[in-house]
Design a protein around this ligand. Structure first.
Ligand SMILES: Cc1cc2nc3c(=O)[nH]c(=O)nc-3n(C[C@H](O)[C@H](O)[C@H](O)COP(=O)(O)OP(=O)(O)OC[C@H]3O[C@@H](n4cnc5c(N)ncnc54)[C@H](O)[C@@H]3O)c2cc1C
Length: 506
């Protein structure tokens, strides 16, 4: 078989696009990217508000969790982007690096804040995240909540609130595919193939040599393979390739290449719960008085790049300490100035707004396992939500403080009463029940291929331990989730991967 490429990158998501582009820029040889989904060339991908329709569409993998004990057996949607740009093509584009001590706390050589900061800067030079303009007055009003310079974007480093930064350009999504992949395709030896669902990697004497697609096509990689299929799919591909917990692979009839007990372990996400507010004249929503604005929204967006279709729904929020201690912020609030449903219907009438709290550094851990060796069968995704009682108690405290902050914010004529769960739900027990029945996640699953020394499945230089020529570059390698949204850290990981792989493969 003639080599299809020197390096094959599996998955063109937030990290994969950057790993591939940066490898190609470093002239490591021919780079081939295999993406399961289609291109991102769709108006709903580019228009910020489009994410409201993308979730649950064919551009979403539409995964589900297993029944979550901590949620009374409920199953949650686990949306993951399935196209060029990956989850970065269906996300809200909120941009946070995380806290400096998130990276120091990983305790992994080469990943301290000092190590990762230059990579963030290189990524940001191309993504150019900025505070959103034209936000709803409700979001503007958050800025004064903790004093200080109200023009500054909030940060997880200290208690702060206001308008978030986003990776948008001229009110259009500007993803890793836009900023890195496409420019590199034009300038370097980089080929991208869409519609290629990868089943597994094949090895010759422990060296990754080929990638096998679900239709049986084999593509060879002369120098190596990089898994960038995300926290759900990368461990699944690795297990189907014979690298994973020995007993589990045996049960599924998968031939063992290397026994790696921790593959699929350490799965976690930011657990979240929220408050809904509704009342005339508050946030955006489907009301008689807003009908004209909604009818004109597509044209306003098309011609002026403003209006509600220019909004990625989340426009701002806060970081604060749930118990009001002087310690570091331990919860993040996402503020959405739109009426969101809380009754289970697709459309809700009325105007309103929504604010959540999510635990910045959750302690609960779940795990990912294969259900079958058939790549068309989704894996079992157990997020292990609220298995550690501290996560529940932090959210209970966080919801209480969120209420206080929402009451304090200078919302003026846009203020609306809390309608769900409602002020009557105020005791610790009642809030625990609210979390159990309504709790969800921030869509930030990480950790299934944690990097580190010893028993970690991935080395600090992102190589899969125990085999050769195979690396991982995506959110799955985070030992612990960062204290805020995970897109920027995933991109930083993609960038670091190219640095390591270009050095080590040479
Ligand atoms: C709805 C939603 C909203 C979010 N909002 C934000 C936000 O506002 N800010 C933020 O920072 N983070 C946000 N996130 C999280 C953030 O987008 C992700 O953490 C980040 O994109 C993860 O990057 P990744 O490279 O690890 O994986 P992904 O970006 O998911 O990339 C994985 C890629 O691999 C492809 N793939 C998977 N399996 C295969 C296979 N078998 N063969 C070939 N290709 C495959 C996928 O199609 C995808 O393109 C959000 C996520 C979602 C889903």
């Amino acid at each position: 078989m003639t080599p299809s490429a020197d390096f094959i990158v599996v998955g063109a998501g937030s990290a994969g696009c950057i790993a591939a582009a940066e490898l190609a820029r470093r002239n490591v040889g021919r780079v081939l990217v295999l993406e399961a989904g289609p291109t991102d060339n769709h108006p709903l991908v580019k228009m910020p508000f489009g994410l409201a329709w993308l979730m649950g569409s064919k551009r979403d993998w539409r995964f589900k969790t297993s029944p979550q004990k901590g949620l009374g057996g409920r199953q949650l949607a686990v949306p993951r982007g399935r196209m060029l740009g990956g989850s970065g093509s269906i996300n809200s584009m909120v941009w946070f690096r995380g806290r400096r001590d998130d990276f120091d706390g990983w305790g992994v050589k080469g990943w301290s804040w000092r190590d990762v900061e230059p990579a963030f800067e290189s990524v940001e030079a191309k993504l150019q995240p900025k505070q959103m303009t034209g936000v709803h007055p409700l979001v503007q009003a958050l800025s004064g909540l903790f004093g200080g310079n109200s023009d500054d974007a909030p940060t997880p480093e200290y208690e702060s609130a206001g308008i978030f930064c986003f990776n948008m350009r001229n009110a259009r999504r500007w993803s890793a595919a836009d900023a890195f992949l496409r420019p590199a395709q034009d300038a370097h030896d980089l080929k991208v193939m869409t519609g290629c669902v990868v089943d597994r990697v094949e090895f010759d004497n422990g060296q990754a040599k080929r990638v096998v697609l679900v239709d049986g096509t084999k593509l060879s990689a002369a120098k190596g393979v990089i898994l960038s299929a995300g926290s759900i799919s990368s461990p699944a591909i690795l297990m189907r390739s014979g690298v994973g917990p020995e007993e589990h692979l045996k049960e599924l009839g998968i031939e063992l290449v290397h026994s790696a007990q921790e593959v699929g372990e350490n799965l976690h996400d930011h657990p979240a719960a929220g408050l809904h507010f509704a009342g005339p004249g508050s946030g955006y929503g489907l009301t008689f008085s807003q009908l004209l604005a909604w009818a004109l929204a597509p044209f306003r967006y098309l011609f002026t790049r403003t209006g509600r279709f220019a909004s990625p729904t989340v426009e701002g929020g806060a970081f604060f300490n749930a118990r009001g201690d002087t310690g570091a912020p331990d919860v993040q609030c996402h503020f959405i100035p739109f009426m969101l449903d809380w009754k289970g219907s697709r459309f809700t009438l009325g105007s309103g707004y929504f604010a959540d709290v999510c635990v910045c550094r959750p302690k609960s851990r779940g795990r990912l396992r294969l259900v079958s060796s058939d790549p068309r069968v989704a894996p079992e995704i157990d997020l292990g939500l609220f298995q550690d009682v501290d996560d529940v108690e932090t959210l209970v405290a966080g919801l209480k403080r969120l209420r206080t902050l929402m009451n304090k914010a200078a919302f003026g004529p846009h203020r609306a009463p809390e309608v769900h769960p409602g002020p009557a739900v105020s005791s610790d027990d009642a809030l625990r029940q609210h979390i159990k029945t309504r709790g969800a996640t921030a869509y930030h699953p990480v950790g299934t291929l944690r990097m580190g020394d010893g028993t970690a499945p991935v080395t600090p230089r992102l190589a899969v331990a125990g085999v050769r020529g195979l690396w991982v570059a995506d959110a799955s390698v985070m030992p612990a989730v960062t204290s805020a949204n995970t897109n920027a850290p995933s991109m930083m990981i993609g960038y670091r991967a190219a640095e390591f792989i270009s050095e080590d493969a040479a």
